[in-house]
Design a protein around this ligand. Structure first.
Ligand code: BJ8
Length: 424
């Protein structure tokens, strides 16, 4: 692997601290991924990316910046990538998924803030993530209160634009979201120096739709009784899709889907017949948060679907490509993005409908609803999710965790008991 220290230095990173992070990552990747048997060959691409996660893609982004392109860092699946891509910008997801960044976040945020927010702020202020250093502009959004206030702090350190996400989904809210996207487009045009046109927007919509379709193809293979890929590998693919080039992402996912479809035909499964199938729902699992999947899949069950933003919410629903004006384009984007069911909306019954639909589609035996500690939105929604699943006779286990490993054994015990109950 190439030595990236010069690049990291040029980004103003805290090299000593970052070296500590780099020293633990290979062990974690080995434990979680390389220990699995019978993995699809197509995973080699994602293995290579994760092995040099702070090297390969950051180096590409820097090369593109030299050509004059701007990099936008985002934190939420409501931010329409299409507008950025249309203006020749690059999108990179910035949500922090490691405990390593949390203490630097806690230096400026209350301790009872969710770890995803603390890690994201810590990664920037602690100067220990190249993606957070490279992004020319951050794009925030008014989803949860913790994020809204964290963006004010991040905005003191880096150019920040915040999109005002509606909290309801009435027709007037969807119209307002289309208007908000139009305002965002103006900002992106100004920042990139590239004018948004119907043609470039249409092309960008097509690129992102193709990426969504390719990811859906991979997920579709997980619906089969013959399970051709583990939950851990699918999660890694999804996590990396947030910062990869979208066209390459589509190509690699389609290639993987070809292999997985072939595996299904040939009855090649990564688990023994009868292994209990779990759908995971809840707060997102930002890279390198693999804790839950790893525990579930080393406790005798298999994760077959993620109803999360690092899962189906990221790629389900396409944007209508049939647009003849920018106004139609903004409306088409608003319609698609408002189909995403995040707990920041009220009501959010669409999420329950999605979970119940996916339980059927993915042949699920039980649901694990997992909340990141201090995420009040998903924590509160647990009540209605749990009740609806019980009413539908779908076994459900509700958990709360953070990025530390201190509760790993406790989680293992509870998940183990749940799987045992499913096996009975
Ligand atoms: S659309 S889930 S990506 S907001 S876990 S930071 S909500 S306190 S991440 Fe999210 Fe967009 Fe919704 Fe998805 Fe706040 Fe909760 Fe933390 Fe969260």
């Amino acid at each position: 692997m190439a030595d990236r220290h010069e690049m990291w230095k040029s980004l103003g990173m805290n090299i000593e601290q970052h070296d500590v992070l780099c020293s633990v990552l290979p062990g974690a990747v080995g434990d979680v991924f390389m220990s699995q048997k019978n993995r699809p060959k197509g995973m080699e691409f994602w293995d290579m990316v994760v092995a040099d996660v702070h090297g390969i893609r950051p180096a590409e982004l820097i090369e593109e910046q030299k050509k004059g392109r701007k990099v936008f860092g985002t934190f939420c699946v409501y931010v329409p990538d299409e507008v950025i891509i249309a203006c020749n910008g690059i999108v990179t997801g910035l949500c922090g998924g490691s405990q390593f960044w949390v203490p630097d976040g806690e230096a400026v945020l209350p301790k009872n803030t969710c770890p995803l927010i603390k890690a994201s702020v810590g990664a920037r202020l602690g100067k220990t993530c190249p993606f957070f250093r490279i992004a020319d502009m951050y794009v925030g959004e008014t989803t949860c209160d913790g994020k809204k206030k964290a963006y004010e702090i991040l905005g003191e350190d880096v150019p920040m634009y915040v999109m005002d996400v509606p909290q309801m989904k009435r027709p007037e809210d969807i119209e307002r979201w289309a208007h908000e996207i139009a305002l965002f487009a103006k900002k992106v045009e100004e920042f990139t120096g590239v004018k948004l046109t119907v043609e470039n927007l249409k092309k960008a919509i097509h690129i992102i739709n193709e990426k969504r379709k390719a990811m859906q193809r991979v997920y579709d293979t997980r619906k089969n009784k013959t399970l051709p890929i583990s939950g851990r590998d699918s999660l890694l693919m999804t996590q990396i899709s947030f910062f990869d080039d979208p066209e390459r992402c589509a190509t690699m996912c389609n290639k993987l889907a070809d292999e997985l479809e072939e595996r299904v035909k040939n009855n090649v499964s990564v688990v023994d017949a009868g292994t209990k199938r779990i759908l995971v729902t809840g707060t997102p699992l930002a890279i390198p948060n693999w804790k839950l999947h790893n525990i579930i899949e080393t406790t005798g069950a298999a994760v077959v679907c993620e109803e999360m933003c690092t899962g189906t919410r990221y790629f389900e629903n396409l944007v209508d490509e049939n647009i003849n004006s920018l106004e139609e384009g903004f409306k088409a984007l608003a319609n698609r993005y408002m189909k995403t069911n995040c707990a920041c909306f009220t009501p959010n019954t669409g999420r329950i409908d999605d979970i119940k639909r996916m339980v059927k589609e993915y042949n699920v035996d039980g649901v694990i609803d997992c909340n990141l500690k201090f995420c009040c939105l998903y924590d509160t929604e647990k009540f209605s999710v749990g009740r609806a699943l019980k009413e539908a006779n779908i076994p459900v286990l509700q958990l709360e965790t953070d990025y530390t490993d201190t509760d790993a054994e406790q989680l293992r015990t509870r998940i183990g008991a749940f799987v045992e109950m499913l096996n009975k």
